[in-house]
Design a protein around this ligand. Structure first.
Ligand code: MTE
Length: 318
């Protein structure tokens, strides 16, 4: 993963769109609604129909998760993305619109009382959504802070009813090389897979994210549902999840399969442990010229440091 800086980073704050007025410009143009931005609704890329979960947004904000850094502008977050299925650049907004995010269902399988498949639109009405402000830190040393909307992963785990033999959760993205050109690049171990221990997954922090800035998730951010683990490097936060498996063995993750010497299973943020090719001591703030110091566990040590007691021999920070 290499950092490519876009000119947009240099944009003065005064020229940026206020986040509450955010609408994905490109998505609007694609649906022909660009001229009436204030009135336009997010649409599903597939059918051009209004998003059937719109009434759930904005969700109630959980004030426990406040920020000590400024919120990133929605437009900055929405136009600088990693989604290798749609290319290796940060500019994948247009390409990602080819992903049909409806109908969408999630397969829940493995060591659970009863495997099941659940439609995304059913899931978001089954478990309450909430909004949280989280820091986000990419392994490439850029960072942002955004309001995510989602389902606490621990509520989803309770719904899935794992058996006692389940020690890990494996998350898998869609596989469709016809819409995702990156998936034709055979040297990548598609589909994108990530994993957490059950202890991590039932911590208070991980969210199954369905929205951002008070609206359903745009495709480039991983619609309709993605993971967010704010104390880990961003590559753990797998997008567009299709399959969630409860397993006994530690899953082999996408980046680990590709380059195990640089990207591990744990990937907890730590300023003192450099990536083999660059320092992690500081981070470039998305949408600004500022660099700020990186925080251990990205600032979430109080909530998560205890998860790693007894695991000090593991490569916890790569
Ligand atoms: N999920 C999938 N399926 N494919 C990806 O390429 N990139 C990861 C993560 N999830 C990625 C993914 C990386 S490296 C980062 S930093 C974040 O998504 C970026 O999320 P964002 O584009 O919403 O900021």
């Amino acid at each position: 993963m290499l950092i490519k800086r876009r000119a947009g980073w240099e944009m003065p704050e005064s020229e940026a769109t206020p986040e509450r007025a955010f609408l994905d410009r490109r998505q609007l143009l694609a649906t022909g609604a660009g001229l009436i931005a204030g009135a336009a609704l997010p649409r599903s890329a597939a059918a051009g129909t209004p998003d059937p979960t719109l009434d759930l947004y904005p969700a109630r904000r959980n004030e426990r998760y406040a920020l000590d850094v400024p919120l990133t502008k929605a437009e900055d977050a929405a136009n600088y993305n990693n989604f290798y299925e749609f290319g290796m650049s940060k500019d994948i907004v247009d390409a990602s619109q080819r992903l049909a995010t409806r109908p969408w269902s999630i397969q829940v399988e493995g060591l659970v009382e009863k495997p099941f498949e659940i439609g995304f639109d059913d899931l978001v009405r089954r478990l309450p959504l909430e909004e949280r402000l989280y820091r986000f830190r990419c392994v490439e040393a850029w960072a942002m802070a955004v309001p995510w909307t989602g389902i606490p992963l621990k509520s989803f785990v309770a719904l899935a009813k794992p058996l006692s033999g389940a020690k890990y959760i494996r998350f898998e993205t869609f596989l469709n090389p016809r819409v995702a050109p990156g998936q034709n690049q055979r040297w990548y171990p598609w589909p994108y897979v990530e994993g957490l221990t059950i202890a991590e997954a039932t911590n208070e922090l991980p969210l199954l994210v369905t929205g951002i800035y008070g609206k359903p998730l745009p495709t480039q951010h991983g619609a309709p549902i993605r993971l967010i683990t704010p104390w880990k490097y961003g590559f753990k936060s797998v997008k567009s999840i299709r399959r969630i498996s409860f397993v006994a063995e530690r899953p082999k993750t996408f980046w680990q399969a590709l380059q195990a010497s640089e990207y591990g299973f744990w990937a907890n943020v730590n300023p003192a442990v450099p990536h083999p090719r660059w320092s992690q001591a500081s981070e470039q703030v998305l949408g600004s010229r500022e660099r700020r110091p990186t925080l251990i566990y990205n600032g979430y040590g109080d909530q998560v440091a205890g998860l790693y007691k007894g695991l000090e021999g593991e490569a916890l920070f790569m």
